[in-house]
Design a protein around this ligand. Sequence first.
Ligand code: COA
Length: 382
Amino acid sequence: MREVAIIGVGMTRFGELWDQGIRDMFAEAALKAMADANVDKIDSLYVGCMSSGLYTYQEHIASVMTDYMGQRGIPAARVESACASGSVAIRSAFMEVASGMSDIVMAGGVEKMWDIEDGTFVLATASDQEYEAYTGVTFPGLYAMMARAYMHQYGLTREELAQVPIKNHKHSVHNPNAQYPFEMDMKTVLTSSMVADPLRLMDCSPITDGAAAVILCPMEMAKQFVKNPVKIKAIGAATGPIALHDHKDLTRLDAVRLAGERAYKMAGLKPSDISFAEVHDCFSIAEIIVAEELGFFDYGKGGKAIANGEATYGGKIVINSSGGLKAKGHPVGATGVAQVIEAVEQLRGTAGKRQVENAKYGMTQNMGGSGGSSVVHILEAQ
Ligand code: COA
């Protein structure tokens, strides 16, 4: 297997992008990534997208994108794993480069979520239709049950839970691509609208339009294009039960633990080697459970550790330096790719005021639904 590097990254701003259609957003991200990588042609493309059909009535988007970005003729495919679609696109591109089949491969992600009224219905198609969506439960509802169980089992207070979005919003202020780059205090979180008890508006990732793209090539070729390649050291992927009632414990996410174990094994690393992680904080409770499953904190200790400043600058590990899904935004199919872009910027040393000092290894963790799938990447500075 060949070693694989990321040589270019590009993304749109995340937010309500009323003046751009799905193809405009993707082309913007793709062309920025190609310019960053100093390439004018790619050999192959993977597009991560959860639901372009329901959100924009456009399927077959890999062909749409190759055409619109000026790469007509290349092989291209869309990949889908709900909110983890972008990371699965990177995994597919990694395998194509590592195998020797292609040299310059783009992995991108896109979602246009603001153009329809009933976006909650679309998101719920990634839960169990027969047992969950059909009965009316939504993702905020499912994660609310996880939050209740965790608070009950481990004595986490509502105020401690609020420290997750407070931290991520603080980080987002320095991210020019973030949807909601503002700081907020405890009162703002605790008085925001109730969405699904105990989760309030400020515990929830938002509805977001956006696209992101990265360009992969063999490590041995990377320096022909750029001075600052970043190595994809390892990728772990796993599936888990799609329905929450099939989780052995509501406070655990088996797919995240398995994906993390596989990534650590492939990299020959352990949690303490990782300087920063971009994790899937779709709701406040998710960041806590994920941080425990990835081994950064013991089970039941993550919530209090994050509340005590262990997941920000000067703590044990910096989690979600970008602002995370909560503040940067969560255009579901693009999220995993944007997480990798933050990791690349950190490892290149170009993250500006978000920079984590002396980082050699960074991790990203992306998740589909309430743990039905997860992908973990470990990246290494060169
Ligand atoms: N963080 C900060 N501000 C937010 C926000 C968020 N997550 N979501 C909305 N806002 C702001 C809006 O900008 C708006 O402000 P304004 O009145 O000044 O314009 C206000 O809050 C109300 O926004 P609105 O879009 O009307 O909220 P909503 O009630 O329709 O939707 C949620 C809020 C939380 C229900 C919706 O964002 C949601 O479903 N999020 C979860 C998405 C999800 O499940 N993703 C998949 C995860 S697995």
